[in-house]
Write a protein that binds this ligand. Structure first.
Ligand code: ZN
Length: 496
């Protein structure tokens, strides 16, 4: 019996005549007995032939034509098995080719400024999020796949089609004109959005909320503004003048890589270590805030004075975390470690706030939101690792650190270096990568401050577990993490 037939929901394309070939192509497939011959129909059109692309998996692709007028057209498959038997199946979903273009607006409220909640992100189909648009952002909708909107970043043919979670945006009425944004000036000011003089802020009066993408590299931030008019040459003249100078901002240059491409600002910063950034809309002005490097400590005995650090003991309450062979709960091991880290950082002068101080449940995004609200310098989430039930625990042990924003990688490296040098018996998780993992986690995506998640050791490794279970072992792990933070700020850690 044929199974897992696509489409599994409504497949819609809007304004097919203006779509590229790739965006008009629909791939139909189902599974059945191998070695057969299969065909499909879309509504009354067909039959179209299919090929067996994997054992028992039949696929065929159809490129929508401007003359097609499918409106919830059903998709039907017929399989002739080698023994001559025939089986038919209807896909659960349907195909529509509707008039366009259509536009939509992001309706999900912003969660903080640089928290970047996963549901708000736009991602290639089946991939990881590429950008996190703000509320009110308008965008062209090319189609829908099983309810989710499909869009592209204009002028970026190399980037794939992006999926927008249905619940985060709303289709605007038919006939709504496209957004018209243009930039003719930029302004620079002290202070965050809002915040003390720990930031500078670039204010960009765009006239409309457009999608944007920020890419961070060692000493640059690149901001790409889509659907935005404006002449880079004019902007470069403006940005060379007095009001746009700042000690941290070495240069601000505007460009447009291709005629249809995004208006692009490249901020070159006078630092190889960046400390935080975020971008939000204020009306139709985009505000890009960049955190300044921390000033040198006034008192060498208190090297972290003036620094605010949010320490996050992972999980809590009914969220148990991972469990090892002894069924020791991660949440109960990481709380005393985090409390000892907090105490150690305080002795160095830091202002430390814990996301929880007892066995309570803390909503996931409240953790980075707390860091943002406090204008924290660091968000350090502390965990203990565990392999899933049924996997072979041998060989997976040791400390590891996770980061998303490039600015957080050096801190992650300092933490791994400190733990692995002070507790060499724990080992390093994935030593070929130095225990460093580029990841897409709620606690590492935040960009407003440096955000790192440390997996101190493995609950599923007997040796690691002994250390995690002993008070002395936990105290040594905590002391090593404190050393890692101290060495990071002093610029003296052995990690890279
Ligand atoms: Zn955990």
């Amino acid at each position: 019996m044929p199974a897992s037939a696509l489409p599994d929901g409504g497949w819609i394309r809007y304004g097919v005549q203006s779509l590229g070939l790739e965006d008009r192509r629909l791939t139909f497939s189902f599974s059945g007995s191998p070695g057969g011959k299969a065909v499909y129909w879309i509504g009354t059109q067909g039959p179209y032939s299919m090929s067996e692309t994997g054992r028992g998996r039949y696929s065929g692709s159809y490129t929508l034509r401007p003359s097609d007028t499918f409106n919830h057209a059903p998709v039907r498959y017929l399989l002739r098995a080698p023994d001559g038997s025939r089986a038919e199946v209807s896909a659960p979903g349907s195909v529509s080719s509707l008039p366009g273009p259509r536009y939509a607006e992001v309706t999900a409220p912003d969660l903080g400024q640089g928290v970047n909640p996963v549901v708000a992100g736009w991602a290639p189909v089946g991939g990881e999020n590429l950008l996190y648009p703000r509320q009110g952002t308008q965008f062209a909708v090319l189609g829908e796949n099983a309810g989710n909107f499909l869009t592209r970043l204009p002028g970026e043919p190399a980037l794939p089609l992006l999926e927008v979670t249905r619940s985060t945006a709303a289709l605007l009425p038919e006939g709504t004109p496209p957004t018209l944004a243009a930039l003719t000036s930029a302004a620079l000011s002290e202070g965050g959005t809002p915040g003390p003089a720990s930031h500078f802020t670039l204010r960009l009066p765009l006239g409309a909320r457009v999608p944007f993408l920020i890419q961070q590299q060692t000493n640059t931030l690149q901001l790409r503004l889509y659907e935005t008019g404006g002449d880079p040459a004019d902007l470069n003249t403006v940005s060379g003048t007095g009001p746009l100078t700042d000690p941290l901002l070495q240069s601000l240059t505007w460009s447009r890589p291709t005629a249809a491409g995004p208006l692009t600002a490249t901020l070159t910063l006078d630092t190889e270590q960046q400390w935080g950034y975020d971008a939000v809309y204020d009306g139709s002005d985009l505000l890009l805030s960049v955190r300044r490097p921390p000033p040198a400590p006034a008192d060498a005995a208190l090297p972290l004075s003036g620094r605010t650090i949010v320490v996050d003991p992972g999980h809590g309450g009914s969220e148990l975390g991972g469990a090892g062979a002894l069924r020791v709960q991660e949440k109960d091991i990481v709380l005393p470690v985090a409390q000892a880290v907090a105490a150690g950082l305080r002795t160095l002068g830091a202002n430390v706030v814990l996301t929880r101080t007892s066995d309570v449940q803390v909503p996931l995004y409240n953790r980075p939101l707390l860091a943002e609200t406090l204008d924290a310098d660091l968000l350090l989430s502390i965990h203990a690792n565990a392999l899933p039930d049924g996997s072979d625990p041998r060989g997976r042990r040791g400390v590891g650190a996770y980061w998303t924003q490039p600015q957080a990688r050096p801190l992650a490296a300092c933490l791994v270096a400190a733990v692995s040098s002070e507790l060499p018996e724990l080992g390093v998780d994935s030593p070929e990568n130095g225990g460093l993992h580029s990841a897409n986690l709620a606690l590492t995506r935040p960009s407003t401050q440096l955000s790192v998640l440390v997996e101190t050791a493995y609950l599923t490794d007997a040796g690691n577990l002994r250390t995690l279970m002993s008070e002395a072992g936990r105290a040594r792990i905590a002391a090593a993490l404190v050393d890692g933070v101290r060495e990071f700020y002093a610029g003296t850690c052995s990690g890279q």
